[in-house]
Write a protein that binds this ligand. Structure first.
Ligand code: G4P
Length: 533
């Protein structure tokens, strides 16, 4: 296979959802279809259940598992298309725990598309909404899987309205449920004109029956007259209300195809997968500061979106995860770490096939390679075959919680500084330095991250820290085309101004009211909640 064919057959995506909607179950079932695993229950996920005590050791143990499941690769040949190519699928796992949402945001920068799982009874939940904002910013194509149809949930049409409104995206059902809960009979696959009858089965794959016409009398026989009538009405309504599926709109991130099913019962998953490999984008062009990089370019380029620290504190080794943006990555070849202008080569790059971590000799645009590292890499780093190129920084989002970090062991100041710097490079949390008094502020998405930092500082860097509470509402990156007003603002708000780790100006608003007032008073200043604007 040549470079182009290898790249075109790649599908790199993430499954995202609010905790408990069924992300892990769906991932597992996709692997089951791909033949990557043979029994359900084989995937141990990195789902971190919040224990009453937030036991960090327990979390660490669970996190260990997540190295193996960070990327899951498998090959899949659709059965519904004659002489279809075999696709190479990379699923990127995202931490379920919302305190690690930042990790998920970064993972989203490395995918070419996303599948969102929604619980049919709960509809759109907070975490889904936030993740969707990131997808929208990046125009990531999304598909939606409405899960748990074996339980009573919201009426499908109401749910579609909710998805459209809450996620601010046009939707188009490509499969349609026949009842739900106890009366759930199956789904009609609009994309392929097949009927798939439901039989609760947690491990096996059910077959579907093809019909050229949804009005075929056999359908009535199979699901009964009443349900068949309802199905005709629903399909008619769908055609009346929603535009026909337009792949171009989907690829632009403007239209989300919807599938219904029950991941737990391995139902509706195949429809999703078969459609996914056919319509989801192969690796997309990636913007660098200097130019747009096309995946088919011969020369290798890639960026680091995740660093996973090793559990063994005696060997501070990590795995840096790189998304390959163009060309082919080859083992033992020299590449340039652009930030340091340093030539590096890697003798043991890993890729992840199913649950196995394997050393690979080559990997292609779209793939994720894990590079063993001893502290060379930072999140956002660019690696190239020689070109001076900087992939655009990964966005930072305003943290939700802020604390001053203080040294609790005066003779270990150096260790503390080093530890904080490295953990921030690894993307564990965000560091802000107050411009007025130089105090360091750590911003996180949740309480758990403070515990992670404290634990790791102590065990990996022999440094002790103390937290001092800080009442803060949001960190806002500010910009203005009126330098005078910006100057005036920075002077007046000096005690609330901080630098982020790139030295950008950040206004630390201590309440929604203060932020609102600032927005009213300084009309020429834009206040952003992410660092990418
Ligand atoms: P997450 O990764 O999005 O957090 O969700 P996960 O897959 O772990 O699923 C959350 C719960 O929902 C699990 O139950 C899972 O078995 C259940 N579930 C997933 N898909 C379906 C479905 O189609 N129908 C029904 N009825 N339930 C589904 P749990 O009791 O929390 O976990 P477990 O003890 O089964 O592992």
């Amino acid at each position: 296979m040549n470079l182009q064919e290898e790249i075109l057959r790649r599908r790199t995506f993430a499954i995202i959802s609010h905790p408990d909607a069924g992300k892990t179950t769906l991932t597992e079932k996709l692997l089951l279809y791909g033949g990557a695993i043979h029994v359900a229950g084989a995937v141990k996920n990195n789902k971190i259940r919040k224990t009453a005590t937030s036991d960090w050791m327990e979390i660490e143990k669970q996190r260990g598992i997540s190295v193996a499941t960070s990327v899951m690769g498998f090959e899949y040949t659709p059965t519904s298309v004659a002489s279809s190519p075999t696709y190479h699928i990379n699923i990127l796992d995202t931490p379920g725990h919302q305190d690690f949402a930042e990790d998920t945001f970064r993972t989203l920068t490395a995918v070419d598309s996303v599948i969102i799982v929604v619980d049919a009874a709960k509809g759109v939940e907070t975490q889904t909404r936030r993740l969707m904002e990131v997808c929208r910013m990046r125009k990531t194509p999304i598909m939606i899987f409405v899960n748990k149809m074996d339980r009573d949930g919201k009426e499908p049409f109401d749910l579609l309205d909710e998805l459209e409104k809450e996620l601010q995206i046009a939707v188009r059902p490509l499969s349609w449920p026949i009842n739900m809960g106890q009366n759930f009979k199956g789904v009609y696959n609009i994309f392929q004109s097949t009927l798939n009858l439901y039989s609760p089965n947690k491990t096996q794959v059910t077959e579907s029956i093809h019909f050229d016409d949804p009005h075929a009398p056999e359908i009535q026989q199979l699901i009964g007259e009443k349900d068949a009538q309802q199905l005709y009405n629903d399909l008619e309504m769908i055609d009346g209300v929603y535009n026909p599926f337009d792949k171009a709109e989907y690829l632009k991130g403007d239209l989300a195809p919807i599938f219904f099913g029950s991941a737990l019962n391995t139902f509706g998953v195949k429809e999703l997968l078969e459609c996914f490999v056919q319509i989801a984008p192969s690796p997309r062009a990636v913007e660098a500061v200097e130019r747009v990089v096309e995946p088919m370019e011969e020369a290798f380029t890639g960026f680091c979106f995740k660093i996973h620290a090793n559990m063994d504190p005696n060997h501070r080794s990590c795995i840096a995860f790189f998304k390959i943006c163009s060309g082919k990555f080859v083992r033992n070849e020299y590449y340039k770490l652009v930030r340091d202008n340093k030539q590096m080569r890697f003798s043991a790059p890993t890729c992840f096939m199913a649950q196995k971590k394997e050393t690979v000799d080559e990997a292609f645009a779209g793939d994720i390679v894990g590079l063993p590292d001893t502290g060379n890499f930072k999140i956002g780093d660019t690696l190239t075959a020689g070109e001076e190129l900087h992939f655009k920084g990964l966005p930072s989002f305003s943290p939700e919680m802020f604390k001053y970090i203080e040294n609790a062991d005066p003779i270990k100041q150096k260790q503390l500084d080093k530890g904080v710097k490295q953990l921030m490079d690894e993307g564990v949390a965000q560091l802000f330095v107050n411009q007025n008094n130089g105090r360091k502020i750590i911003g996180t998405v949740g309480q758990l991250q403070f515990e992670v930092i404290q634990y790791r500082l102590e065990h990996e860097y022999q440094a002790k820290c103390r937290w001092e509470n800080l009442n803060m509402y949001k960190a806002c990156w500010i910009e203005s085309d009126d330098p005078q007003e910006l100057d005036l603002f920075k002077k007046r708000k000096a005690q609330y101004m901080a630098f982020d780790k790139e030295g950008r100006d950040v206004f630390m608003a201590d309440s929604a009211y203060v932020l609102q007032m600032a927005q009213n008073d300084y009309k020429h200043i834009q206040f952003h909640f992410t660092s990418e604007f």
